[in-house]
Design a protein. Structure first.
Length: 159
């Protein structure tokens, strides 16, 4: 009797763990999706594994090399006055969740690009934040990639 109860509990715990891991995303970004002037996209692991990642790659980010390592991809864009508030909230989130700033690139006219990375218990998160005056773009990745996967000379950031 005790063994069957333990087996059931173990199955429930495994089911919960799989559902949490299988739906990995940075929930924080969803808070902004209903704001005026903000667009938000979420792409799950299933969709990422079954699509051509070159279709969503940007000029300075090639996601095609990361196939199978990304469990979710989120994109948030803002071209409104809400950009400043979102950026301030992102800075607070990054500090609270202990992300490490790995790249900061500033250009003329107030544009900047920052890459934040966090690795915890075998899973990784990366935030790429590009901002200019009233525009903001955030790309959030979750998965099993390493920082080296992105920072290589021929890789993600340095094209």
């Amino acid at each position: 009797m005790k063994q069957s109860y333990c087996k059931r509990m173990a199955a429930v715990v495994m089911l919960l763990a799989c559902s949490i891991c299988g739906n990995a995303k940075i929930e924080f970004l969803e808070d902004f999706k209903d704001m005026d002037g903000v667009s938000y996209s979420y792409i799950s692991k299933y969709a990422l594994d079954n699509m051509d990642l070159e279709a969503i790659s940007l000029p300075s980010q090639d996601f095609s090399k990361m196939k199978g390592k990304i469990s979710s991809l989120q994109m948030l864009s803002s071209v409104s006055s809400a950009s400043a508030k979102i950026l301030a909230d992102v800075e607070t989130f990054v500090k609270k969740e202990k992300y490490e700033l790995v790249v900061m690139k500033s250009a003329s006219k107030g544009t900047s690009k920052q890459v934040f990375f966090r690795e915890q218990s075998g899973s990784s998160s990366m935030l790429i934040v590009s901002s200019a005056r009233n525009s903001l773009k955030i790309i959030a990745l979750e998965g099993t990639f390493t920082l080296a996967d992105f920072m290589s000379e021929n890789g993600f950031f340095y094209k």
